[in-house]
Design a protein around this ligand. Structure first.
Ligand code: MF3
Ligand code: CO
Length: 251
């Protein structure tokens, strides 16, 4: 069931989302060559503590950290560790859920470390564009969930990129994963509810340079591309209100 949020609850979710946007603004510029993915997580955790917020990923189905930090061919759910050191030319996605006063926000940025190849830079730009095209599709009157996936996959495929199908966006706000699912592709087999005021969803294209196919690491979390080619991931939490769509995780 899709739980519609009251204006009061959207207000609380908005506050959580703005704090998460602030976290990215503060931590993003500090992410640099030589840091471990654990160091990135530690910066985020420290921000949360200073702002009396928490990271609901930690403890979610046994997940150990407040962020997922995924380098190059790691698509999502990279567990931060002290041995994975960021180097020049890498891309790193930082996926964060934050909880403030009981309300959950979710957002992901993919950072380029030093100078990345033009091909990788394009992948990152296109994935970010996919996010905004998905958001634009969701903001049209009478839009349905699958309009998002149509916009995302339609644009990504122009570049020959693989659109991840095994993982989706989702409702968010009261907890990390709520209904509806928000796929980045179109399928007649999937539900296609209309977007309605009160819905809060995380839109999150995961786009691979090569195949759309992915595999899970032995740790049970990390998800890599099957062909070892790089992947990018961008995510915003958005609210559908009576005034239209609002991107909450943006300042
Ligand atoms: N932030 C992730 C998402 O966008 C959730 C990760 S759950 C975790 O859906 F446990 F892996 F952190
Ligand atoms: Co998400």
């Amino acid at each position: 069931m899709i739980e519609l949020k009251s204006d009061k609850d959207i207000d609380g979710i908005r506050k959580s989302c703005k704090l998460l946007a602030q976290l990215f603004e503060e931590v993003g510029p500090q992410i640099a060559e030589g840091m471990s993915t654990y160091d990135v997580d530690a910066l985020c955790y420290d921000f949360m503590k200073r702002h009396h917020a928490s990271g609901p990923c930690k403890g979610y189905m046994g997940y150990p950290n407040v962020t997922c930090v995924s380098v190059n061919d790691m698509v999502i759910h990279g567990i931060p560790d002290k041995h994975t050191i960021l180097k020049n030319g890498d891309i790193v996605s930082v996926d964060i859920c934050l909880e403030k006063d009981g309300y959950v926000s979710d957002s992901t940025h993919t950072y380029e470390i030093g100078k990345v190849s033009p091909e990788v830079h394009q992948l990152n730009e296109v994935t970010n564009r996919c996010l905004y095209l998905g958001i634009e599709a969701a903001s049209k009157p009478h839009a349905r969930i699958q309009d998002i996936g149509a916009a995302v996959s339609g644009y990504a495929r122009k570049f020959g990129y693989g659109v991840v199908r095994d993982y989706c966006g989702h409702g968010v706000g009261y907890s990390i994963h709520e209904e509806p699912e928000v796929p980045n592709y179109v399928s007649l087999a999937n539900p296609n509810p209309r977007l309605r005021p009160g819905m809060v969803i995380a839109i999150e294209p995961m786009i691979n340079m090569g195949t759309y196919r992915v595999k899970t690491e032995k740790d049970g979390w990390g998800v890599r591309t099957m062909d070892g080619k790089p992947a990018c991931h961008w995510e915003h939490t958005v609210a559908i209100t009576s005034d239209g769509l609002e991107i909450l995780t943006q300042l």
